[in-house]
Write a protein that binds this ligand. Structure first.
Ligand code: URA
Length: 182
């Protein structure tokens, strides 16, 4: 866990033992003074292999959109609600999201970004504490805890639905506009 553990050790200690599995752990990555924080669900197989969020197919889609906007991914902090890969890549359970919440809260507090972008319905629900999904909430901006929350479709939503690609691009553009970066 190294650097991440040094920075967020207190919060990591608050995660109940049954939710911690170092062999499936992927930390948040990026500068601690980032203006934008992207929040996914949980790492997948590729992320565990590389030890970094969003490096698989969804990550490549995210990278493509950031590059189109002229945004350097290394200037963005990228993390997940849950830092341990759920079995079979299933959506994390609410209990897992709740267990890992202190770590996400600590990341956001430390970074204090201008804009937080939950990617997909699971992250949007957790970040905004709502039952509504991203389909209803994207395209809007919310003020929470001193930062602007701009929900976006998950990049994986574009894989099987071409129409989501334009929406995903528009969501990410809106987020970086809200941060004053594009
Ligand atoms: N999907 C996510 O939600 N997070 C990742 O890190 C990779 C894929």
């Amino acid at each position: 866990m190294s650097d991440f553990e040094d920075r967020f050790g207190d919060a990591l200690e608050a995660v109940p033992e049954e939710h911690v599995d170092r062999s499936r752990f992927v930390p948040g990555v990026g500068p601690l003074d980032a203006d934008v924080v992207l929040v996914g669900e949980a790492p997948g197989e590729n992320e565990v292999a590389e030890g970094e969020p969003f490096v698989g197919q969804a990550g490549r889609e995210l990278d493509r959109v950031l590059a189109d906007l002229g945004v350097d991914r290394s200037s963005v902090y990228v993390t997940n609600l849950v830092k341990v890969r759920p079995p079979e890549n299933r959506t994390p359970y609410v209990a897992e999201i709740d267990a890992w919440r202190p770590v996400l809260d600590a990341e956001l507090e430390r970074i204090s970004p201008t804009v937080v972008v939950p990617l997909g319905t699971t992250a949007t629900r957790a970040v905004l504490d709502t039952d509504e999904g991203v389909t209803d909430l994207h395209g809007r901006q919310f003020e929470r805890d001193g930062w602007t929350v701009v929900p976006a479709f998950h990049p994986a939503a574009t894989f099987y639905d071409e129409t989501k690609r334009d929406e995903f691009e528009a969501d990410i553009l809106a987020a970086f506009e809200a941060a004053g970066l594009v």
